[in-house]
Design a protein around this ligand. Structure first.
Ligand SMILES: [Zn+2]
Length: 108
């Protein structure tokens, strides 16, 4: 997918720079989706799994292929939710602005 971030494992690196994974960590999309899902069913939310880890910061060269995030590659879902974003962009603001906060995680 295009846009400012969220490149997956195997995607081509669009520009040389330092990238971080947007899925893992306490502010990651994984944590946010789980939090919303828990709130919907009235359960208290606690960080678990990749939400407790520090997202990596790695430098990639333009034209290379994104690897799996070291935190997300063995995700308990069995899939690879890795989502790389350029560290120079404030990706969390993109997420808030582009996707809103209401529907994330619905039907996951
Ligand atoms: Zn990750």
């Amino acid at each position: 997918m295009g846009g400012p971030g969220n490149w997956s494992t195997g995607d081509e690196v669009p520009e040389t720079g330092t990238y971080t994974c947007t899925y893992c960590g306490p502010k990651g999309t994984g944590a946010m989706a789980l939090k919303l899902a828990m709130e919907k069913i009235g359960m208290p939310y606690q960080h678990t799994g990749v939400a407790t880890k520090t997202p990596p910061r790695q430098t990639f060269e333009k034209g290379a292929t994104f690897p799996s995030c070291p935190n997300c590659t063995n995700h308990e879902s069995g899939s690879d939710p890795t989502g790389w974003a350029l560290c120079t962009r404030r990706w969390w603001e993109f997420w808030k602005g582009d996707m809103g906060t209401g529907d994330m995680g619905r039907g996951a």
